[in-house]
Design a protein around this ligand. Structure first.
Ligand code: SF4
Ligand code: SF4
Length: 201
């Protein structure tokens, strides 16, 4: 197993809010209150311990860092005010920037979500799943979308998705459905990405 003493320093310097975990007192409130605790192998408290122990490969390849749903439950309860959610997302982002993909499907969904915002300035309930499903090609995409049919039907039943959303216009007619000033938004996002890349280099 790789053991790298400099990893904690790397996290403090290069991961968003990474230095905030220095004040963690290992109480375990975060892991105990996380609604995803049943899906996670370690949870935040143990991940901070692995960082301090220098277990770089184990942390950056761990799917837990891509399971956080940003619910903030841990963050509002942490007695030391650690921005846990930001660190979890920061670790996931940092892993991806290093070419490590801890959880492939989450990374694909994140890419589809980001591209949807970048292209149109909106989050569209139909564009995101279509982009997500088609990342592995048409046949794989059709299979994946059929597997998600129950989610689509449940969303329609709850009036969160309309049938016409299954064919969003901007998928087939580029330019339709974009916000005004999408180019300015893209310039801002490009600049933010360049700043991030420089920090992580
Ligand atoms: S709740 Fe806060 S102090 Fe407690 S283990 Fe989690 S991050 Fe550390
Ligand atoms: S913000 Fe993330 S890590 Fe914290 S409780 Fe919610 S899902 Fe778990």
């Amino acid at each position: 197993m790789d053991y790298n003493q400099t990893f904690a320093k790397e996290v403090y310097e290069k991961v968003d809010s990474g230095d905030e975990i220095k004040v963690c007192m290992q109480c375990g409130v975060c892991g105990a209150t996380c609604p995803l605790r049943g899906e996670m192998k370690y949870g935040p408290r143990q991940i901070w311990s692995l960082i301090r122990a220098g277990r770089r490969d184990e942390v950056l390849n761990n799917p837990d860092i891509m399971l956080c749903t940003s619910c903030y439950t841990c963050q509002v309860r942490c007695p030391r005010g650690v921005p846990i959610m930001e660190v979890m997302h920061g670790l996931a982002h940092y892993a991806l920037a290093q070419g490590i993909v801890p959880r492939a499907e989450t990374a694909k969904f994140g890419k589809a979500f980001w591209e949807g915002i970048y292209d149109t300035g909106r989050v569209d309930e139909a564009v995101v799943p279509i982009k997500y499903c088609l990342q592995d090609g048409l046949v794989a995409g059709l299979k994946k979308s059929l597997g998600m049919m129950d989610i689509g039907l449940a969303l329609m039943k709850a009036k969160r998705m309309k049938p016409k959303m299954f064919i969003p216009p901007n998928i087939f007619i580029p330019g339709v459905h974009k916000i005004k000033g999408v180019k300015q938004l893209q310039r801002m996002l490009d600049k933010a990405a360049a700043i991030d890349a420089a920090k992580e280099a």
